[in-house]
Design a protein around this ligand. Structure first.
Ligand code: PXL
Length: 275
């Protein structure tokens, strides 16, 4: 008789929207979790009909159904780390907050507000709930520059704005903050800044001239969540995850679409490293 090997990979959970094109949202998170050797769970907040270029429609899942998914998952699995992506409305955000508040699971909050294609992914009512509830609960927050501007109420537009903004966000919400500099203008090197335990960590890489950026934010925060679930320390978790996403962009998939366009997707299957 074959006795199966019993293995216990760390369990991670994403609370996010469904991106039917699978480059972003919970599909990206699940691929990133699997790649990093975690068993990924999903709690769906909304169903988004979209492609990398275009958001067609957003269909929120009733908040009570989000709550049911979370209750059953949190009471059944030994979850090591959670990430939130597109929460969409205040009611979804509060449903997630009320359950997460009772646990001390590592929490990565990607305060998703706008898709790479430019479409808004958040109801305005959610912004104050982010500030008052979810961000102060987080182990790490991963805003991009427009999200940092909204959260701080001031422009975050230049390289010189980044470090102070990362520090102010970390201190304001009593957390660690990875501020992503992907929206910096020009062809300078990429700069992302982590403010963690009173220190700034600068991560630089050459800017990639490539069309495939849809889902990079989701994928990055999911990779960090997986690394934290493995017990990797914050600075190493961020550094390894940035390298991995860089590789997923450099090796992205490309197809000719029936409509005549070229369509891209991040390559979530690229090899990365676990510290
Ligand atoms: O990249 C942000 C994002 C997050 N979540 C979902 C998305 C997107 C972008 O399109 O669709 C579900």
């Amino acid at each position: 008789m074959n006795i199966p090997n019993s293995v216990q990979p760390p369990v991670t959970l994403t609370i996010a929207g469904s991106d039917c094109s699978s480059g972003a949202g919970l599909q990206a998170d699940l691929k990133a979790f699997s790649f990093h050797g975690c068993h990924g769970l999903t709690a769906v907040t909304c169903v988004v009909a979209e492609t990398p270029e275009h958001v067609e429609s957003i269909h929120p899942v009733p908040p009570a159904i989000l709550q049911e998914q979370l209750e059953i998952l949190l009471s059944t699995y030994p979850i090591k780390a959670v990430k939130t992506g597109m929460l969409y409305s205040k009611a979804h955000l509060v449903a997630a907050y009320e359950l997460l508040e009772k646990s001390d699971i590592a929490l990565v909050v990607d305060p998703v507000m706008v898709a790479t294609s430019g479409a808004s992914l958040v109801d305005q009512s959610a912004i104050s709930a982010y500030k008052d509830r979810l961000l102060p609960l987080a182990t790490l927050i991963t805003p991009n520059m427009p999200e940092a501007s909204v959260l701080l109420g001031r422009p975050v537009e230049t390289k010189d704005d980044l470090e102070k903004a990362a520090q102010d966000l970390a201190e304001k919400f009593n957390t660690s903050c990875l501020l992503k500099g992907g929206h910096l203008p020009g062809d300078d090197d990429r700069l992302d800044i982590l403010w963690h335990e009173g220190l700034a960590h600068h991560f630089t890489a050459s800017k990639i001239d490539i069309a495939c950026t849809h889902g990079t934010g989701c994928t990055l925060s999911a990779a960090i969540t997986a690394q934290l679930a493995h017990g990797v320390e914050m600075v190493d978790a961020v550094s390894a995850s940035l390298d991995w996403v860089h590789s997923a962009i450099m090796n992205s998939f490309q197809w000719n679409s029936p409509s005549g366009n070229t369509i891209h997707c991040l390559n979530h299957l690229r090899s990365g490293s676990l510290h």
